[in-house]
Design a protein around this ligand. Sequence first.
Ligand SMILES: [Ca+2]
Ligand SMILES: [Ca+2]
Length: 347
Amino acid sequence: MRIHPAPCSPEAQGRIAAGTAPGAAPLLAAAALSILLTSCVPDPASSAPAAFDLKPPALVEAGPEGATSFVLRFDEEVKPVDGSFAVDPGGSARASADGGDLRVELPERQVPGKRYSLVGDVRDGGGNASRVILAFSGYNDHPAGMRISEVQTAKNSSTARPHRDFVEFEVVSAGNLGGMELSVSSTVKTLSWRFPGVEVAKGDFVVLHCAPEGMAAEIDETGTDLLASGGIDASPSRDLWSKAGGIPDATGLLVLRQSPGGKPLDVLFYCDGSKKGELGEGGIGDLIGEALDFDLWKAAGTPSWEDAFLWKPSVSRSIIRIPTGGGPGATEWGLSAASGQSPGLAN
Ligand SMILES: [Ca+2]
Ligand SMILES: [Ca+2]
């Protein structure tokens, strides 16, 4: 059995259920996914005093197993409480256990990238109960291939040629974007944004606008009308608008992932040319380490700021991919001509 744990995003743990019994045990955190459980004291009638098992089952891993099933892995053998499992949207769901693995058959196929919540109760052999409440992103069974093609990192206030932060992606293989995630890291924090379930074709461009102005015309083009959106940098291609936060102006790291916290697909690491020295651990240093492991970036030795695409930050030029640059890594990136930004169009 293969579980795909990543679509349960760390920020999407869902509500925490209130313990219903007096003396309810403290909340337990399942480390892998930060999914929160509550536990209840055992029903006296079903307690097993001989075993003195007072510890409720703890969730250690969870994720879609495919388009119609979801697996929860506990740290001990469990049984589902009859009729307690349900998914929203969808309704009641059938659950069956095999040791510590509990499989929930969803009432309908998941829509890629759609937000779901799951609730249900399990008991261990001693009668200790746990309630699971979690949120997850609908399983994407035909993910698109996509890569970053252009990035405008900062606001250009020009009246004639205004631009705001955007990331342009090129679709390299057809599929669905649902659940894919872009994370944007500065030297101090990481923001992330998740793609909606949208079917795309090879050669399409998708523009994610990262500094919207709050205009009504800034419409997410999730359907077939690719001219629905207005706003600065709106393009003839598919425009999507993120409220997660802007792109670091001078130095930053963009990571495109298959699913929230999942496999990285593409990386752009750019740095103000005046920055020197080793990256160290944590933050961008850790993310570049991961990019090296997946052969998505290159470092000359111990990863340093000098391994980035080095530039003199500019609001009048975008960072563009140069497919012939011999990447992965900094050599695959360059700058547009002055005022040569081309959101939604080939560079
Ligand atoms: Ca458009
Ligand atoms: Ca472009």
